[in-house]
Design a protein around this ligand. Structure first.
Ligand SMILES: Nc1ncnc2c1ncn2[C@@H]1O[C@H](COP(=O)(O)OP(=O)(O)O)[C@@H](O)[C@H]1O
Ligand SMILES: [Mg+2]
Length: 234
């Protein structure tokens, strides 16, 4: 992704480096925001990057899960837009990556999270309701881009896909019409993701039991970060 200098956070425009903020957002629950946020955080950590998680969901599922999976990763919770701004800026000073996990609504807090993101990832699962929720989220993303006169960049990421499932195929076919870049990598619906959540770990640390799921997330995350111009992603 070729990031125009105007897309970069204020810190980088004046030469200082601030951590890259990657937010998982969607106005729908159950699409895998928390699952993917936790997995991305641990994947980056295991590659030696400094990473923190900002949990902006009152259910706190991702921060509790991440604390179990890898207590060395800093987590913060934010439940108001004001907390969110303060927490993101502080975490960005000390970490190369800040992963934001939003709640299933694009209210003031969800919008603030998007406004502060360098990259917004919208997970989509095979349900026609998902296409509607992504249309809504895309509208909020455009609003954030307009206010920022640039970023965040947006990416759609298909999650919980089933190869022989008609809805999976229909949702894939609907993606180009949503006006956002779609990741080529897709994440399959695999039991290992549910087991990982139950066991307080991540599929990339589950050995053979998690190998298919691990291959999917690694491919997707590598694609999300591969062509980013953000200093933290290189
Ligand atoms: N690729 C996947 N395969 C199987 N189950 C998944 C996958 N991604 C997420 N899940 C499961 O779907 C449910 C919702 O995921 P979650 O990450 O909590 O969504 P959100 O944060 O968007 O509400 C959880 O039970 C989770 O284990
Ligand atoms: Mg969640």
């Amino acid at each position: 992704m070729a990031v125009h200098p105007a897309y970069l956070p204020a810190g980088q425009q004046c030469g200082k480096s601030a951590g890259m903020m990657i937010v998982f957002a969607n106005s729908k629950g159950g699409v895998g925001k928390s699952t993917l946020a936790v997995h991305l955080a641990v994947w980056l950590f295991d590659m030696g990057h400094s990473v923190a998680l900002l949990d902006a969901d009152r259910q706190r599922s991702s921060s509790v899960w991440l604390h179990e999976a890898e207590p060395a990763i800093a987590t913060r919770a934010a439940w108001t837009p004001e907390d969110c701004v303060t927490a993101v800026r502080q975490l960005q000073q000390d970490h190369a990556f800040v992963i934001g996990d939003g709640q299933a609504s694009l209210d003031d807090l969800g919008r603030t999270l998007l406004l502060m993101a360098d990259l917004a990832v919208l997970p989509v699962t095979p349900s026609i309701l998902d296409v509607r929720s992504v249309q809504q989220a895309t509208g909020v993303l455009r609003y954030a881009q307009e206010l920022n006169r640039g970023g965040p960049e947006g990416r759609l990421l298909l999650n919980r896909m089933r190869r022989r499932d008609v809805i999976s195929r229909e949702v894939t076919a609907a993606m180009p019409g949503l006006g956002l870049q779609l990741c080529a990598a897709q994440i399959r619906d695999l039991q290992a993701f549910r087991d990982a959540a139950q066991q307080g770990t991540v599929v990339t640390r589950m050995g053979r039991r998690g190998e298919n799921a691990a291959a999917d997330v690694k491919r997707a995350f590598a694609e999300l970060l591969s062509d980013s111009q953000h200093p933290s992603s290189n």
